[in-house]
Design a protein around this ligand. Sequence first.
Ligand code: MRU
Length: 344
Amino acid sequence: MISTITMKWDGKSLELIDQRKLPLVEEYVKCGTSDCVAHAIKDMIVRGAPAIGASAAFGYVLGAIENRSNLTLIAMKEVKHKLATTRPTAVNLFWALERMHSKFLELYSDKNENEVIEILKIEAEKIAEEDMEINKRMGNFGQELFSNDATVITHCNAGALATVDYGTAVGVIHAALDHGKKIHAYVDETRPYLQGARLTAWELLKLGVDTTLICDNMAGWVMKTRKVDAIIVGADRIAANGDTANKIGTYSLALIAKKHGVKVYVAAPLSTIDVSIQDGSKIPIEERSHDEVTQIRGVKIAPENVKVYNPAFDVTDAELVDAIITERGVLRYPYTESISKVFK
Ligand code: MRU
């Protein structure tokens, strides 16, 4: 059983808060099938790397339940493929599906269908529970980087909603508050999907953080003219050399931060680090619908036939990142060494 703001799992269905409607409407979508979970990931009902991973794990279990009468390797490969072809960038999705599928491979030839399904349920719940625990550990390591009165800028949503609970970058802010620190957070609205304005501002206000919403193109000016100590963001995939894919706009933020002596921190679990990829150039970048750029909440804001480019993520070069906060501690540049050490 899992019950958080982001997701609720009762062994038979997965309820996901509909993140497309927040903060105006708090409504859950109930998924009783793997198709429904795949659709929820693709359609951004659930989003954020660790939340996508955990949802896919539960989707895999629902796929096994659907195939109870014919629980074959072919059937489960299809379930895995359906869930894996939803979003390409966040590696947690593939990590969670690999973990579920390896469990299935270990079991299916000598256990009966019911036993296999029960063990898969336990594995998916473990992924979700571990995520919550890992985020708290990351928070504790990360908060040590902040002074007692720190001002940060955060981008996109790396809060409880982007994970099973607690968050990665927002988890660090949460932990800092729990340690009695005062944090002022500037939140980038995060065009075009507005995860910052809609989700992060909502979460930070609920935590009691002194929160100021800015448009993405204001961040440079804020760093130049006001006190900003650090940028803190999550990640969707980190290559073996520390190059970090995160929401589009993170790269520009990091470049501007360097110019102004502002620290750049990435908070991400080890499941976000893809050691099979040498550097950021190999990270697949999702391109999303042009409507996200030409419309705001269904209202057209651009001329009809204008060309549009809408990459959902960018890659920040490792040397621009001052620290990667993980559940095993704070990693420092050069990341090729610190990452390989932590994976030994
Ligand atoms: O497109 P999204 O909303 O899924 O993008 C999410 C992000 O870029 C987050 O910053 C990232 O997944 C880290 S979440 C802990």
